[in-house]
Design a protein. Structure first.
Length: 824
């Protein structure tokens, strides 16, 4: 028996306690059951859940619970991406240790998540800042070192002056730090790199295997940036050397009138030695970090290096310029400049009065009328023996020619760079290496792992890189035993999130990083997260998955089979943020309305991929709806569940119609769930309740078929509670149990669609005459075309239009319309 009033706080606490006590959502591998691994991107423990989290995790929970209703063995784990700068900054501000700060936040957020009733297997909770997690990351990094995938390099890096650390290219957005927003400077620092470029090709081709939003795949493809082209070698005889350039347009080779090298190129450095003007120029270039996108439009600047090269085909002498528009870290940091056919080279040649030579002719234009530069493919001119070839063919022929003459070869270049992972910060995973004067770079032996991050730090007034803690960095060399120095940089925190999805399957394995359970659970069947991770996290995780596979630890090529990128939560049209002061407190809303209301609101209000506009009235609407569900169950609990099964062939038309509506809504919700159109599942629930109300009203008026009414009310409410269950599990489970449908929580099945119920006796068809709507007719659902045609022609309104006219043909669109085509 249930009470008259809906008290979400009471029933939600009761449900959650029961789930906790019964460990309802803990799962084990079960070969007899089909698995479903549903994962929403784990949060950074900032201290409070915001509505974006709630939306993200509710979407995940709906999908997971829906699969559970289909008897899948569903894994939904949760954990904490616990390393990172905010902990350190907060620690500096509030004088607490980053560890305590983080762990306190985790405790709060765990409680919050529990209040939302997500079906997580809490046994598997991961905290990435604990050594039982990051020790395996250190282990894996050493394995990658042994595989040749890890190296140290002196490199010009992105330096974030605000956060006092190096950032990866992916973490620089429009020349600014992705977190701090500070303008990024360039610095030369020795740091650790992971060779993600070794997997560039596979990272591109395997995108085809993924059921991901196209937009995300395109972003990854562009980021990896595969270019098919040719390496061309220009001899530099006076310096007794040669210069490699990468070009995608070797067909324009005879139009190369100068070469351009980046200010960081070795030849540029060499030229600078005896030339102060060049030194000044190079310095000026190095202080301004230019985003690649701005390269095309920025002002081109350069200086003649004084060196010259020999053209590999014409043997002409071409000058070598140092230019600010040549990237040091793409291709070979040098280009053959073809001002006639490249915009950047054209602008540059104009500015410095360098020759412009046309070597490609537009197929349709004559060469002298064409506008310069001509960027498109065409027919070769002014190119000696190659004249007359079209561009595509010329690229093949000329590449062959260069190969034969040892002056080049076809190559593929990727825009993707190796991933710099050293961070000069405290709150991260220590990089497990030791520097010994005698032995060089020595990996920490496996039995000495983990390298534990020291706790006893004082963060009151300054950032605390580990290089200040001598008890940490002074160690004995594992090889020779002499005093050596431990690496004091920590990992980029994106490493922790690159493999956590796999660890969830082996969460309690303390002897290995992963065990055979990953073969049961991986890959993740459904991953849910923000589109802001399209290149960063999602690329890194795909890469790690491939490395783990090549180590024989997992046997899938990709980590995340299907991806849903949920939209943002907006308020008054703009993103919710503390700085704008337009945030809402989810916990206060739960206090007031309960978690189910919040869950229903965040599913109902917008399709998952689209942005959701926050509205207080929307929240209230969700609350009212759940109250109505409760009230309906309360009003009818005497008749629930109702077991007498009607003879549907004898029941009345209104009951039949209601039954059809109920099962149509069930079908719609089932189809929509498969497509992850969750908002329309929620609206189907609202329509279903309305139909139940209609039935209840009918039952009050008609007493004759009361048993049929009661049966259908009972059946419809059963269906409603199950469809609602993934969205609002508390009210659904509570009512389900307390009005006696079934004893246990959580073992319902998704309702079967009774196809008989969908068959209507009669259906309505629109009748058109020459495409214009003229009438509506009702025919038996199983009527054949002849019956439909006759009924349409016999309709009184239609008859008028057919008088004295010849019917040319009749078109029937099943279940929708009849169009009678007449000749006047
Ligand atoms: C000659 C040429 C002629 C080029 C022409 C283009 C058009 P994508 O497609 O993005 O890979 N390039 C090569 N290395 C560069 C560097 N380090 N910095 C700036 N630009 C560089 O671009 C390849 C093209 O970008 C190459 O082909 C080269 O210019 C330029 F009508 O070579 B091209
Ligand atoms: Zn040593």
């Amino acid at each position: 028996m249930i009470k008259e009033n809906y008290h979400p706080q009471l029933i939600e606490t009761e449900c959650q306690q029961k789930w906790d006590n019964d460990n309802t959502y803990a799962v084990r591998e079960d070969e007899t059951k089909e698995k479903f691994y549903c994962l929403a991107m784990f949060p950074y423990p900032s201290g409070s859940l915001h509505v974006g989290h709630i939306r993200n995790y509710t979407i995940g929970d709906v999908i997971g619970r829906y699969q559970r209703l289909h008897q899948k063995n569903v894994l939904q784990p949760m954990g904490w991406d616990a390393f990172g700068l905010p902990a350190e900054n907060a620690a500096i501000q509030h004088g607490v240790s980053p560890k305590n700060w983080t762990n306190e936040n985790i405790a709060i957020m765990r409680e919050h998540l529990k209040k939302l009733g997500f079906a997580y297997d809490w046994d598997r909770e991961i905290n990435t800042s604990q050594s039982d997690y990051y020790r395996w990351e250190q282990w894996l990094f050493i394995k990658m070192y042994e595989m040749g995938l890890v190296y140290r390099k002196n490199a010009i890096v992105n330096w974030d002056p605000a956060d006092q650390t190096v950032l990866a290219n992916e973490q620089v957005v429009d020349g600014k730090g992705w977190r701090s927003g500070a303008t990024i400077e360039q610095r030369e620092i020795t740091q650790w790199f992971i060779k993600i470029t070794a997997y560039a090709e596979e990272l591109i081709t395997d995108l085809d295997k993924l059921d991901w939003p196209d937009q995300v795949k395109i972003m990854q493809r562009n980021w990896i940036g595969r270019s098919h082209g040719c390496n061309v070698i220009f001899d530099v005889p006076n310096e007794n050397t040669s210069l490699d350039v990468f070009t995608t347009r070797v067909d324009t080779l005879l139009g190369a009138t100068y070469l351009a090298i980046s200010p960081n190129h070795v030849l540029a450095q060499q030229a600078a030695k005896h030339n102060p003007d060049i030194q000044t120029f190079i310095k000026a270039c190095q202080t301004t970090k230019v985003a690649e996108a701005d390269m095309a439009t920025m002002e081109k600047k350069g200086i003649n290096s004084g060196f010259t090269a020999v053209h590999p085909i014409s043997k002409a002498t071409v000058p070598i310029w140092i230019a600010n528009y040549v990237l040091s870290d793409y291709g070979s940091g040098a280009v053959m400049a073809v001002p006639g056919h490249d915009q950047r080279d054209f602008d540059f040649a104009r500015k410095y009065n360098l020759p412009i030579k046309t070597v490609i002719k537009d197929k349709n234009d004559s060469a002298d009328s064409q506008k310069l530069p001509l960027l498109l493919d065409g027919i070769l001119i002014n190119s000696g023996d190659f004249d007359g070839l079209d561009s595509a063919e010329a690229r093949r022929v000329m590449a062959d020619y260069l190969v034969k003459n040892n002056h080049g070869s076809p190559t593929i270049h990727y825009r993707l760079h190796d991933w710099g992972v050293s961070r000069q910060r405290y709150w991260g995973t220590p990089i497990p290496f030791i520097y010994c004067q005698q032995c060089g770079i020595v990996p920490v032996p496996e039995e000495q792992l983990p390298v534990v991050l020291p706790d006893n730090v004082n963060v009151k007034d300054k950032l605390l890189p580990l290089s200040d803690i001598d008890s940490f960095y002074k160690v004995d060399c594992p090889r020779c035993g002499k005093l050596a120095r431990r690496e004091t940089d920590t990992f980029d925190t994106f490493i922790e999130s690159s493999w956590y999805y796999a660890r969830f399957a082996s969460y309690d394995q303390h002897k290995k990083i992963l065990d055979q359970r990953v073969d049961y659970w991986l890959p993740v069947d459904q991953y849910i997260g923000g589109v802001e991770h399209a290149v960063l996290h999602l690329l890194y995780a795909r890469f790690f998955n491939k490395v783990l596979r090549d180590l024989g630890l997992i046997h899938t090529d990709e980590p995340f089979k299907r991806l849903l990128t949920q939209g943002m939560v907006l308020k008054d049209g703009s993103k919710m943020s503390k700085s704008k002061g337009n945030t809402v407190s989810p916990m206060a809303l739960i206090e007031e309305y309960g978690a189910d209301t919040l869950r229903f609101f965040s599913i109902f209000t917008a399709p998952p991929e689209q942005s959701l506009e926050w509205s207080d009235s929307g929240v209230e609407g969700a609350y009212r709806f759940l109250n109505r569900v409760w009230k309906f169950a309360f009003d009818h609990q005497q008749i629930l569940p109702y077991d007498h099964k009607p003879d549907w062939s004898k029941t009345s038309a209104p009951i039949k119609k209601s039954r059809c509506v109920i099962y149509s809504l069930l079908k719609q919700a089932s189809d929509d769930l498969k497509k992850l159109q969750l908002n329309t599942v929620a609206s189907a629930c609202m329509k279903l309740l309305n139909e139940l109300q209609t039935l209840a009203n009918g039952a009050q008026k008609e007493t004759e078929q009361l048993a049929d009414y009661h049966y259908l009310i009972s059946d419809g409410l059963r269906i409603l509670l199950i469809i609602l269950q993934p969205i609002t599990p508390h009210i659904s489970d509570y009512l389900w149990q307390n009005i006696g449908y079934q004893q246990h929580y959580g073992n319902q099945s998704w309702p079967k669609i009774d196809t008989k119920a969908l068959e209507q006796d009669n259906i309505a068809l629109i009748v058109q005459v020459n495409g214009k709507l003229r009438s509506k007719i009702t025919v038996p659902a199983n009527a054949d075309n002849a019956i439909i045609e006759n009924a349409a022609k016999a309709d009184e309104k239609v008859k008028k239009y057919l008088q004295n006219k010849q019917v040319v043909k009749i078109i029937i669109v099943p279940k929708r319309l009849v169009n009678i085509v007449i000749r006047d």
